[in-house]
Ligand binder design. Structure first.
Ligand code: DGY
Length: 326
């Protein structure tokens, strides 16, 4: 009898999906909440044909070579796959796959929730009460921004950006967007000519582009200086799209009024980072897609991608199908 192919799962996952994988593979399961160190990743990947990867695993040509010639598929648990060097994978004829679509609404819901919470100073107000500062009703304290009638600028108009736009429009916001790709539907939003234009005109700015060489550091000192003083900045995309030092300075100097971040650079951010000492920022631990239903579907989709890859097929959500042969 032939040996089953080996698959590495780098973090704890839903047990029914591990059972599915065990039916077709010998599973090396790192069932724990913390990510493997690069050295652990290198050791555990040896002889693997598939990797069930997470955003915390940096998978480059070196890791692929540590796996060896059996490696056929790297399936990311998530839509963003900037932790995987796709060029290195294509060069080695390895399929890379992700989980698009399934988390669009969950992530856009979250971005809108965060936007509304920032506008109405929810986290700050909760701290206010916990710290014993709620003495009586005060007509002039903790005043926020109205959603209806304000302008939202969306940077990156893919699936998640467009889903957020629909929610914002139905709440009476005006929506501007800046994108490099042409959106295929007109939602009643306005495309701006430049990022500069969007930053100047928006009351809320929300990032929805992937992290690539082009978008790394896209929002820095100059961009914050263009935003309005009352502007709220939201990042549920990827931390390194923003220059963290510039953001910290913009919040300290009140160049913008508030930031709500689900992703940071570095990630996780240390509890003694300067940002955490500021009142005008909310920081959340990368949970935009974290609902039971969505995370379950993401896990299932990741296993579908791995099984197809092990069978010598192009996985259903392959991102480099044009660059590999099967
Ligand atoms: C995604 O799907 O990209 C999430 O950020 C998890 O990595």
């Amino acid at each position: 009898m032939l040996d089953k192919p080996k698959v590495l799962v780098t973090r704890r996952q839903f047990s029914d999906q591990i059972i599915r994988l065990k039916e077709v593979a010998e599973v090396i399961y790192l069932e724990r909440p913390l990510p493997p160190t690069p050295e652990e990743l290198r050791n555990h990947v040896l002889d693997c044909s598939g990797i069930f990867a997470h955003i915390t695993d940096l998978i480059d040509g070196g890791i692929m070579d540590s796996a060896g010639p059996n490696l056929k598929v790297i399936a990311e648990f998530g839509v963003g796959y900037d932790n995987i060097n796709v060029k290195d994978a294509s060069y080695r004829n390895i399929a890379v796959a992700n989980t698009p679509g399934i988390l669009t609404d969950t992530t856009a819901d979250f971005a809108f929730t965060v936007l509304q919470s920032a506008a109405r100073r929810i986290a700050e107000s909760d701290r206010f009460v916990r710290n014993g500062n709620w003495k009586w009703f005060d007509p002039l304290d903790l005043l926020g921004l109205d959603i209806k009638g304000s302008t939202l600028g969306i940077i990156g108009f893919g699936r998640i950006g467009r889903s957020l736009a629909k929610k914002a429009l139905s709440s009476g916001m005006k929506v501007l967007y800046f994108t490099r790709s042409q959106p295929n539907e007109d939602y009643g939003c306005f495309e701006v000519e430049s990022l500069k234009d969007l930053l100047k005109k928006s009351d809320f700015v929300s990032l929805h582009c992937p992290l690539t060489d082009l978008t790394k550091g896209l929002i820095g000192k100059e961009e914050f200086s263009l935003m309005q003083k009352h502007a709220v900045f939201i990042n549920t995309a990827r931390g390194p799209i923003v220059d963290t030092d510039a953001l910290t300075e913009a919040l300290i100097n009140k160049e913008i009024s508030y930031a709500a971040l689900d992703v940071t650079d570095p990630e996780p951010i240390s509890s003694d980072h300067k940002l955490l000492s500021l009142d005008n920022v909310t920081i959340l631990p990368h949970i935009a897609s974290a609902t039971v239903g969505t995370r379950r579907k993401m896990s299932e989709m990741t296993v579908d991608n791995i099984i197809a890859g092990l069978n010598g097929e192009v996985p259903p959500n392959c991102v480099n199908s044009d660059e590999i042969s099967r």
